[in-house]
Design a binder for this molecule. Sequence first.
Ligand code: DUC
Ligand code: ZN
Length: 457
Amino acid sequence: MKTLLKGGTVVGASGSRRADVLIENEIIAKIGEDLRDVDARVVDCAGMLLLPGFIDAHTHFDLDVCNTTTADDFESGSRSALLGGTTTVIDFACPNKGETLQYGLDLWHKKAAGRTFCDYSFHMTIDDWNEEIIAEIPAMFRQGISSFKMYLTYPAMMIGDKNVFLALQELKKHGGIAGVHCENADVIDALIAQAKEQGKMAPGSHPRTRPAPLEAEAVDRLLKMAEVADVPVVVVHLSSAAGYDEVLQARARGQKVFVETCPQYLLLDDSRYDQADYLESAKFVCAPPLRKAQDQEVLWKALADGGIQTVCTDHCSFTLQQKMAGQDDFTKIPGGLPGVETRGILLYTYGVAKGRISKEKMAEVLSENPAKLYGLYPRKGILAEGSDADIVVYDPAGQHKLTHEALSANVDYSPFEGFDIAGSVRQVWLRGTLAAQEGRLLQEAGGIFLPRGKCRL
Ligand code: DUC
Ligand code: ZN
């Protein structure tokens, strides 16, 4: 089976060119000018951008949080991902304390197998540290799990600085990479207790009890631990200029630090938490919280100059009904935002079309860098001969307003409701098959698990 995408502009991190793309079965067979193949079905892509399928390396599907479960499971979450041009997600397998890593991995395979529309892999969450867990780590690598997640906040997930340090040392032996959620748990606890004493129970207390210096402190602490362990790390969902400053200081000391941010930190600010209507504020509760417009500008500049390597979503969705849980107590609002479907259109509109980043940078931070960072490159993340034919056909023409009704995630709102959008995702090709076209899904759940190698960024 052959398909020829004709007349589009092939976009990659290192440049763009007008070229045709010949797909044979699941793979890109050839890229070049004026390609012909009598056996191929021809698809006219004149005026279109051809981008490598987007990779969202930070999703939480089918996750139990705050006595509830995320609204999106692998079926609805991956459907939403694919419709937005994301052809691969890396979700977080998450064993509870006391369970083995293998139990967590098997459970996540069960949640995803046979019902995932895009390709997928898992990071492994380390929320416990003991001899059994240490002994399991080589088996994780053998099963294609080469990246790990740790938390410096959330008591249910934290293992303490000593164990974070020991885990960094242990992962280094195997060539693994860790992504870390950086917020100072103890001081946040103190601020929450003070807010409660003062009767400040509304969502507006959420950002005030998790201020940016407490992200910066945790970023600094992580990076000092990584410096002593002599190992690169990933700061996930970086939200603040203060946190980014700590990254720059570590790099100035000679450290290799990778940074991820998310569309919500680039485009939304903390004024969202002070709306009179409870739900209008609660629906934006996530951790770290939204920051200030000045933080957004710093993050955009860092994206443009290469200081931030990836934009993922931290998609962790709850319905408005679920968000009602914190009506009398902001700490009970399940934290997380939907976004897996809107990352590409938002980055195109507010990054490329607004001139903040180039389309090549967009391909780099949505596709090539996540593929390199998490051991999927060059199978994924680039349009090149021999790579999987995961292709987003983006039509840069036209404007529309984003509405949650037009999205497919299993939630009744979008944090980006009413945002103007430039262009649209016309087609999404997953391993050589036209999987989605103009907002319609054309394929059954055909995603496969991707075992991953080591970091190549
Ligand atoms: N932050 C959230 O808001 N939700 C899920 C996990 C996280 O770190
Ligand atoms: Zn997350």
